[in-house]
Ligand binder design. Structure first.
Ligand SMILES: [Fe+2]
Length: 293
């Protein structure tokens, strides 16, 4: 394990250069260069061996994510939740949401929201619509059936995004870390909720970097103050330009993603007309994060 959280506790403190510079160089040198370096093969995702669990935690420490193979486990929600329990994440947001909203398939639920369609999803983290005191820190996926064509994901660790911003526009990062940049807007009523939203980057009680962002305009009410607007522009252009560290891959049947809610896209897909053969991924989101400590 790298133990960066113990070794460089001030790496996300904009007032401290020493920890940041040392951590940055180690982080970029260790960052996976392709999807193959993210893969951890498991014998049974519901019954991890100690060495498998360590491999997952090591990979998540390097990139805030890993891709896994389910092994002999059933491809169902229960397996995803069992994997979470073994990695110390258990607190899901399921009770607060539509009962089928963690089955990603072309079901047309929630007014044909993009995850439940075949359309392209632009860069986002999941669940930008909670308040600062209750955010989703981990996002897990498990693929039962891939699309006939397409439906791959691009992923980017938000710690790498932080490094890009800190090295190119520190002022913008300062705004994104300290100001309440956006609030949730109800897409139906247009009402803005001042209690849901907040900062774009912040550190949690354990010293880990959290991030939330979406290009989606319907429910993101950004502050129109000039410094926030300028910082948003910088952030959006860094993400849209897709740093070299973006990794793309497609989850095939029996593959999944463990992540600390990293930035991701989903590419457009072509699905089967047969409902029993449509692309189907299970999703679990947790208020906890995957961390070696
Ligand atoms: Fe998502």
């Amino acid at each position: 394990m790298k133990r960066w959280n113990v070794k460089y506790p001030n790496r996300f403190n904009l007032g401290s250069e020493e920890d940041y510079l040392k951590w940055r160089d180690e982080k970029l040198a260790a960052y996976p260069r392709n999807v193959g370096e993210l893969v951890v093969e498991l014998g049974d995702m519901t019954a991890l061996r100690a060495a498998e669990r360590t491999r997952i935690l090591e990979t998540v420490e390097r990139a805030n994510m890993c891709v896994f193979t389910a092994g002999s486990a059933e491809l169902e929600m229960a397996s995803l939740l069992a994997l979470g329990r073994q990695l110390g994440v258990t607190r899901t947001d399921k009770s607060a949401r539509h009962s089928q909203s963690d089955e990603l398939t072309d079901s047309g639920i929630l007014n044909r929201a993009i995850p439940f369609s075949t359309r392209h999803c632009n860069w986002h983290t999941d669940a930008t619509y909670y308040g600062s005191d209750q955010t989703i820190e981990a996002l897990f996926l498990l693929c039962k059936r891939p699309a006939l064509e397409g439906g791959s994901n691009k992923v980017l660790d938000h710690e790498v995004l932080y490094i890009h911003l800190r090295d190119t526009d520190r002022g913008a990062l300062e705004v994104l870390m300290n100001r309440n940049c956006f609030n949730y807007r109800n897409p139906t009523t247009g009402e803005v909720d001042p209690h849901r939203g907040g900062k774009v980057f912040w550190t949690n009680a354990g010293g880990h970097l959290c991030h939330r962002f979406s290009f989606r305009k319907t429910d993101m009410a950004w502050s129109d103050e000039s410094d926030v607007a300028a910082a948003r522009k910088v952030l959006e252009s860094v993400i849209a330009d897709e740093p070299a560290h973006v990794i793309e891959g497609r989850l095939e049947s029996g593959m999944g993603l463990v992540s600390n809610n990293v930035l991701h896209t989903r590419e457009r897909l072509v699905d089967s007309d047969d409902a029993a053969k449509k692309r189907l991924l299970f999703r679990a989101r947790f208020y906890d994060r995957v961390s070696p400590e």
